[in-house]
Design a protein around this ligand. Structure first.
Ligand code: C5P
Length: 251
C-alpha cells in the first residue's frame, strides 16, 4: 500500500469458538445476551462506530447459514457496509487466518472478538483513529486490579511482575494490513494477534480500553452482560450509564 491508497478498514470477527467455558450447548457467539446473539451485538457495535468499511465473520462451519440468516434479519441488511461470513478454524488463530484470506482489499484490519459483545463503538473508533494517525498496531488495554504472578507447573511462584506496568488487553486490535499478514505468515504462536506482531519486532501501541469491552467467557460474564443490558437505555446508546460518543476519524 502506498501513502496515496485510500484507507479501507476491514473488521475480522472471530466467532467460531465452541465456548466450552460458558457451559452453553450453542457455540458462544450465537448465545443470546439481552435478547440478541453476541455476534449480532458485536456487528452492531462495529457498524455504529462509523469507521469500518467491511466486516468478515468467521463462524463455525455448520453455522454459516445461521450466521447469514441472523445478519440478514437485522439492521445490517439496511446498512451499506458489506458483511461476509466465512468458515473459521480449530483455533482462534486459524479463524483469523481464514478471515485474512477473505480480506485482501484491506489497508487496515481490526480483529474483534464476537465475545466482546458490549464493546462501545467509541472504543472501536479510537483504535481506528490511532491507525489513521500512523500507528501500525494498536490495542486497547486496562490496568489490572489483581496482582499477577507467574507460576510453575507444580504451583510455585516464579515471579511477580510490577502491576503498574501491566495491562489487560482487549479487542478490537487494529493493524496495518501488511503488518498483520506478515505476522501470520511467520506461523508463530501467541494468545492474541498483537503477540504475533510483537514477535515480528513491531511496536504495538496500547490505548485506554473500556470496561464494557470485557470478554464474555464464563457464566458470571454472561450474567454481568445481561445485567448491564437490562439497565441500558437502547434509544440513547447508553449501556450501564456510559454515554456513547463517536470519535471523528479523518479519512
Ligand atoms: O475462546 P475465546 O473466548 O478466547 O474466544 C475469543 C473469540 O475467538 C470468540 O469470539 C470466539 O468465537 C473466537 N474463536 C474463533 N475460532 C476458534 C476459537 C475462538 O473464532 N477456533
Amino acid at each position: 500500500m502506498t501513502l496515496d491508497t485510500p484507507r479501507r478498514v476491514v473488521a475480522l470477527v472471530p466467532a467460531a469458538g465452541r465456548g466450552v467455558r460458558l457451559g452453553e450447548a450453542t457455540p458462544k457467539a450465537f448465545v443470546p445476551v439481552g435478547g440478541s446473539p453476541m455476534l449480532v451485538r458485536a456487528i452492531d457495535g462495529l457498524i455504529a462506530s462509523g469507521v469500518v468499511d467491511r466486516i468478515v465473520i468467521m463462524a463455525p462451519i455448520e453455522l454459516l447459514d445461521d450466521a447469514r440468516k441472523l445478519l440478514a434479519a437485522r439492521a445490517h441488511a439496511a446498512s451499506s457496509i458489506p458483511v461476509d461470513v466465512v468458515p473459521g478454524g480449530a483455533e482462534r488463530t486459524d479463524s483469523v487466518r481464514a478471515g485474512l484470506a477473505a480480506a485482501s482489499d484491506a489497508t487496515h484490519i481490526l480483529v474483534h472478538d464476537a465475545a466482546r459483545a458490549l464493546t462501545p463503538p467509541a472504543l472501536i473508533a479510537r483504535v481506528v483513529a490511532e491507525l489513521a494517525a500512523g500507528h501500525r498496531a494498536v490495542v486497547p488495554g486496562l490496568p489490572v486490579a489483581d496482582t499477577i504472578k507467574s507460576v510453575s507447573a507444580d504451583g510455585a511462584v516464579t515471579g511477580t511482575p510490577e502491576r503498574a506496568a501491566l495491562r489487560a488487553i482487549q479487542t478490537p486490535q487494529g493493524f496495518d494490513a501488511e503488518l498483520l499478514r506478515t505476522a501470520y505468515a511467520a506461523e508463530l504462536s501467541a494468545t492474541d494477534d498483537a503477540g504475533l506482531v510483537e514477535a515480528c519486532g513491531a511496536t504495538v501501541r496500547v490505548i485506554a480500553g473500556d470496561a464494557l469491552a470485557f470478554k464474555i467467557t464464563g457464566p458470571l460474564d454472561l450474567r454481568l452482560a445481561e445485567a448491564l443490558l437490562s439497565g441500558a437505555d437502547h434509544t440513547s446508546g447508553q449501556v450501564g450509564g456510559q454515554q456513547e460518543k463517536r470519535t471523528a476519524v479523518p479519512r
